[in-house]
Design a protein around this ligand. Structure first.
Ligand SMILES: Cc1cc2nc3c(=O)[nH]c(=O)nc-3n(C[C@H](O)[C@H](O)[C@H](O)COP(=O)(O)O)c2cc1C
Length: 400
């Protein structure tokens, strides 16, 4: 099989050096990468670096190797174009269809999916001109990854940082896997909860569970690659922030409820993949509970936690909001799943069978997705991203 052809556009931002790491991810995973930098980008990282790392010629202008008509060919033959970093200037040119160098020509001739990863100072990002250009590009079907918040050039911090190259790569991988399908969640806000809550017993102990957060993070990453604005409420997961996703860290079930309800206020869909503890210790000991010689330990009294999935389902923040729950079951998976779906009142319930090397912490998953409309979709064993994509297919169908 031919290697997927990726065009890596690099424009003149300080984060251009991070595109070297992105390039390596592509080449090491079997992609044929043609790097097309702007002239400004070469002030940050030189052409020999791009050429040596990609194994392909590098040019910024349409006037090199004219017999190959590169200003048309490179775009026409690409399976994916990713521009990282995308400067404010490059976004403006792309939004307005300017074509004064090889990268902007390539963007006009490409018919494959296009992803932009903008990076710039917060003022440049927030400027109405940039925001309108981003909206134009999204409306036309491009995936524009929201910049991360953090350290910018020099001592400044704020929104505008290029997300981690590994996470930009994951978005591109998902976009490529969807084979040119339109980003169908563009304009939607989705909320995903992930990880497992921890209910403190004393300053050093908690009641927790074995959820790694991988399924929720796969859902967030996949939704972002399909164009959604994503809020990820993350309970104690230790995974890197997915590119373009707004991550809200929480600890306990009560904190998770508060964060999810707040984000759900304007959400089109809420997917509750987090493992939320049903109970928490009735009393929190402010000092460490000590063992006492010759005495049995005190039993731990528990109280119920709020049922966030039932609450979300019963009191939809918006008409037509789609609510999805997850259920981990150890036996009688279908019957227990159906009963839970009815009890919670959600639209879809993803039922996992939990067991040895199944579900928790694993890279793979298999599930049965039950619909309130009586539908049943069996998802065969495979990557958690594949299950995530199927969940979004079902959500998108319900959003209409
Ligand atoms: C040190 C330095 C860092 C810069 N970093 C950025 C940046 O991160 N994002 C951005 O949009 N522009 C940045 N600029 C401004 C761009 O380089 C400038 O707008 C240029 O015209 C972009 O050209 P291009 O879009 O063709 O690459 C930076 C300029 C300098 C001198």
């Amino acid at each position: 099989m031919d290697k997927p052809k990726v065009v890596l556009g690099v424009s003149g931002g300080i984060a251009a050096y991070k595109a070297c790491e992105l390039l390596r991810r592509f080449t090491e995973s079997g992609h044929d990468v043609r790097v097309v930098p702007t002239a400004s980008a070469l002030n940050f990282v030189g052409a020999p670096t791009w050429s040596a790392l990609s194994g392909n010629p590098v040019s910024t202008e349409v006037w090199d190797a004219v017999h190959e008509v590169p200003h048309v060919r490179i775009g026409q033959h690409a399976d994916l174009v990713i521009v990282a970093p995308a400067t404010a200037d490059l976004l403006a040119k792309a939004a307005h269809g300017l074509a004064d160098d090889l990268l902007t020509n390539t963007l006009l001739t490409a018919r494959c999916p296009v992803v932009f990863a903008p990076a710039m100072h917060t003022e440049m990002w927030e400027h109405p001109a940039t925001q309108e250009n981003v909206a134009t590009l999204r409306r036309r079907g491009a995936v524009v990854i929201e910049p991360a918040v953090g350290r910018l050039t020099g001592v400044d911090t704020g929104k505008g940082r290029l997300p981690d190259p590994g996470e930009i790569f994951e978005v591109c991988r998902r976009v490529l896997a969807r084979g040119g399908t339109e980003p169908d969640l563009e304009g939607r806000h989705v909320v995903v909860s992930a990880g497992g809550t921890r209910e403190p017993l004393d300053p050093v102990r908690f009641l927790g569970n074995r959820s790694s957060g991988k399924q929720g993070y796969a859902l967030a990453r996949t939704a972002a690659a399909r164009g959604a604005r994503v809020t990820l409420v993350s309970a104690n997961a230790t995974l890197p922030d997915p590119a373009g996703v707004d991550v809200v860290p929480v600890g306990t079930a009560v904190q998770l409820r508060e964060a999810v309800l707040k984000a759900a206020a304007d959400a089109d869909a809420v997917v509750m993949a987090a493992a939320v503890a049903d109970f928490r210790p009735a009393v929190y000991a402010s000092g460490k509970i000590k063992k006492k010689d010759g005495q049995e330990p005190e039993p731990v009294a528990l109280v119920r936690n709020p049922d966030v999935l039932a609450e979300l389902s019963a009191e939809r923040a918006r008409p037509g909001q789609v609510v999805v729950g997850f259920a981990a079951e150890t036996d009688d998976v279908v019957a227990n799943g159906r009963a839970k779906l009815a009890r919670k009142g959600c639209d879809l319930l993803v039922v996992n069978e939990v067991g040895e090397r199944k579900t928790f912490g694993s890279e793979e998953n298999e599930a049965l997705v039950l619909g309130a409309d009586g539908s049943e979709t069996q998802v065969p064993h495979g990557p958690k991203e594949a299950l995530a994509d199927l969940v979004w297919d079902l959500v998108a169908a319900r959003l209409g």
